[in-house]
Design a protein around this ligand. Sequence first.
Ligand code: AMP
Length: 138
Amino acid sequence: MSYDNDNIFARILRGDLPCHKVYEDADTFAFLDIMPRSDGHLLVIPKTPARNLLDASPAQMAAVMATVQKLSRAAMQAFGADGVTLQQFNEAAGGQEVFHLHFHVLPRKDGQRMRPPGTMADSDLLAGQAEKLRAVLA
Ligand code: AMP
């Protein structure tokens, strides 16, 4: 399986598609999921091409995991969460829909179930949540 340079997240990285950006460093980028399954549901991706965990290099994994940890802590604070769920899918059979490596970070409150997938969030709502996260990270 090869990497498709025109996948949605590659286009976001190039600036060809908009996103609600939360964080970026030399190697990684993070933005809000447009169909959030919890408030503050965000995605962390490497800036360099990797289809998923199966072809990613150890360096890409290390960089992405450092950002996942940083943003998990920030999301806990920004959303008053009691815990964080991470999700990561590999290939269609593994549940992957966008073929650029990404980790889902889902802040959760005690007893709160994740919302079902597939409902688009209001863009203004996401803009406010991204702002909240950026403020914690500043
Ligand atoms: P999966 O590959 O199964 O992890 O699913 C891809 C995830 O990307 C889903 O949670 C989608 O809601 C999310 N997604 C798809 N397109 C966009 C986009 N343009 N901006 C932000 N999130 C997206």
